[in-house]
Design a protein around this ligand. Structure first.
Ligand code: ZN
Length: 108
């Protein structure tokens, strides 16, 4: 009998080979996973987890975080130099990047 690595249950009826945990997990945990496709529970490919995609998304988020950090510093400098208008432009750039980052995190 398998034991689910997430809920430690060994009394489940259905199980699935989870690509994210690289282990057999119970269907209850699979259904609770953020990658479980709620819209298509009746088809076999309910799991939307794609290791390649996840890695690429993580790279993108890291790149955006670095960009935000860079712009934060730039904005600080511009404010200190009294370059109010330029600094405000940078603020909007940061807001746009943060929204982009949130969008990526939601899809993760
Ligand atoms: Zn479980």
């Amino acid at each position: 009998m398998n034991t689910c690595p997430i809920c430690k249950s060994d009394s489940f009826q259905e199980s699935i080979n989870c690509p994210k945990h690289k282990d057999v997990i119970c269907m209850d945990c699979c259904r609770q996973c953020e990658h479980y496709d709620q819209d298509k529970p009746h088809i076999a490919h309910w799991c939307r987890y794609r290791p390649q995609e996840a890695a690429e998304r993580k790279d993108k988020i890291t790149a955006i975080e670095e960009q935000i950090k860079f712009l934060d510093d730039k904005q600080d400098r511009l404010f200190r130099e009294g370059n109010q208008r330029k600094a405000e432009d940078v603020v909007w750039e940061i807001v746009a990047l943060k929204m982009k980052k949130e969008g990526l995190e939601k899809g993760a």
